[in-house]
Design a protein. Sequence first.
Length: 231
Amino acid sequence: MPGLGTLANSVAIIVGALLGVLCKRGLPEKWQETMMNSIALCIVVIGVQMAIKTHNIIIIIFSLVLGAIVGEIIDIEGAMNRLGRFLGDKLCGNDASASASIAAGFVNASILFCSGAMAILGSIQDGLVADHTTLFAKATLDGLISLILSANLGIGVALSALSVGIYQGSITLLAGFVGPLVTEAMLAEITASGGIMVMAIGCNMLKITQIRIGNLLPGMLFAAVITAIIM
């Protein structure tokens, strides 16, 4: 059944996040801070592994610059934060601090889970031939990452299942059109540009930077388009 892979992925994120929130209870604040830093460092490493898949760093530079311009104009990060706070208000009432924490978990986890090649390739396979193998593997990885991430960022991580469902579900529905257009070279540059964003998530978590990562998201689309034009 087409879409089963994305459904499994979304469920795995929710289950992992709920388990992470439960595990967090009773942990000293000092432990939570150290755990957060270790997770952030691992996220940076994941981003580096993704970023080095590029075959042409110039493509990534232009993609991210153009993506940043478009993202700032339409303010994707702001829209994602507003959606996260809206969902947070529904869950936490008028607790502004809890709502902001939920929004942060939602935005960071959404970018992390949607930025890799597995999301695109797996969704295309799911839509074209109902092959769920790649997305089932991604579901396992995302569930584990969700468990660890939510222990530090809270229940907002679970809400990223909504982003994953919409993003991957859309690609699955459009697979008949998108599939033949996506080449290995395009996937490599999409993954690399997404890797830079994943690295930025880790740096933000470590409080080294305060990058509006959501506004870089169009860079993944530009990476695909530029690659298609010049390669």
